[in-house]
Design a protein around this ligand. Structure first.
Ligand code: FNR
Length: 389
């Protein structure tokens, strides 16, 4: 915050990326080509769930407190026994190479610099090993799109573990792509020509199986190999709760299930030995008409919050949004689109500005609301109101 007010616009140097979340999208629209912009900004159906995600935040209001010492303000959190500087994590976002040539390796590097854990997607345009090398000392979590072939799954887990990724985030809501009109109308799926297939193509088990089955090298049939990889991770039948045993047996670190929106599923996550969940509707990209993610957070926290780590995403745009999700019981918050907009506009620098802006906003808003630590951020600091706005 001091840096921004001190060295930023007040010193006559206008930031290249806006700090206004509503303007950010407009800037990104200009910077990214139409297809890439639609891919990141788009949602399922008529975007009703995307709207609900934002409306859910508007129904909660902070109750600021005065004359409280902020001398030892602290936004650090502990997740799975590890201390992190802030309650903000970079959400797993696929195909980062279509937004900027700095791709995953660049964004992971920025996250390390800013002190935000980077959750790497299975649909990345960099390999697991490249991301690890680019952000050797950063906190890195690995997001799994769960392949149908167990041998490929085990190979990915083994690679992620060997590369120093600590937490496994298993995304459950994208076993098939969502109905996204903006992409469908342009016939756009990034994966078709090998984009976002780097994790698969660099996997020795996937490679061997493809070559044995097709009698040619991946490089000789990129379109076929892309389809084969997509079939593994996001086109076909869903896994079942019982199958989680395979992941539990082969990953000794924390396992977090991403895409939970129902109390019963949160209970099941606990029952099947998971350590955490992300209450998320994938930023409204999967099931349109689904409930706003923040609307289900309190009941899920009430059900399992004492026994497992509940994280949150979908619709977070400001520091105050982060406070609201924490107040409703999330232990930390993932943010997706805003960082990708900054990244699309200015690569590493743009992403850094959005991340630092969010952290500064969080720090300042918490202080002004009289909330000293994340632990103090509980349900006493907010109230639900009937009107939105
Ligand atoms: C995503 N998301 C996502 N999630 C995941 O588990 N694996 C992935 O590869 C992707 N890819 C992806 C691409 C793009 C372009 C977007 C916008 C999102 C979902 C992401 O992790 C997160 O749940 C949402 O982005 C959160 O909502 P907000 O912050 O974008 O509103």
């Amino acid at each position: 915050q001091n840096e921004i007010y001190g060295k930023g616009s007040l010193m006559g140097i206008l930031p290249s990326v806006t700090t206004d979340p509503r303007l950010l999208e407009g800037q990104a629209r200009k910077a990214l080509g139409e297809r890439s912009f639609n891919y990141v900004a788009g949602g399922a159906g008529e975007k009703a769930t995307m709207d609900s995600n934002r409306l859910a935040f508007r129904q909660w209001k902070l109750l600021p407190r005065m004359l409280r010492s902020m001398d030892h303000q602290d936004v650090s959190v502990k997740l799975f026994g590890q201390k992190y500087n802030s309650p903000l994590l970079m959400a797993p976002v696929g195909v980062q190479g279509i937004f900027h040539e700095d791709k995953e390796t660049g964004l992971a590097e920025v996250c390390e610099e800013v002190g935000v854990p980077y959750i790497m997607s299975t649909a990345a345009t960099s390999t697991i090993e490249e991301v690890a090398a680019a952000s050797n000392n950063g906190h890195r979590w690995y997001q799994l799109y769960w392949p149908h072939d167990d041998e490929i799954t085990l190979s990915l887990l083994q690679r992620a573990k060997a590369a120093g990724f600590t937490v496994l985030v298993v995304t459950l809501d994208t076993w098939s792509l969502g109905w996204r009109p903006a992409d469908l109308d342009k016939g756009y799926v990034p994966f078709i020509k090998g984009v976002g297939c780097q994790v698969g193509f660099s996997d020795p088990v996937f490679r061997k199986k493809f070559e044995d089955n097709h009698g040619c090298k991946i490089e000789e049939d990129i379109v076929g190999a892309s389809q084969a990889w997509l079939n593994q991770i996001a086109a076909g039948g869903a896994h079942t709760w019982e199958e989680l045993a395979l992941l539990r047996k082969n990953w000794d670190g924390p396992i977090v299930l991403k895409g939970i929106q129902h109390v019963e599923d949160a209970n099941k996550a606990l029952e099947y030995g998971c350590n955490g969940i992300v209450v998320s509707n994938h930023g409204g990209r999967q099931v349109d008409g689904a409930i706003g993610s923040l609307d289900v957070l309190p009941e899920i926290v009430d059900a399992v919050g004492e026994q497992m780590t509940v994280l949150f995403d979908s619709g977070v745009r400001t520091g105050v949004d982060i406070i609201k999700a924490l107040a409703l019981g999330a232990k930390a918050v993932l943010v997706g689109r805003p960082v990708i907009y900054g990244f699309g506009i200015g690569g590493r620098d743009g992403a850094k500005q959005v991340l630092k802006g969010l952290l500064a906003d969080l720090w300042q808003s918490m202080g002004l609301a009289g909330i000293r630590t994340v632990a103090d951020c509980d349900r006493t600091v907010i109230r639900r109101v009937q009107h939105g706005g």
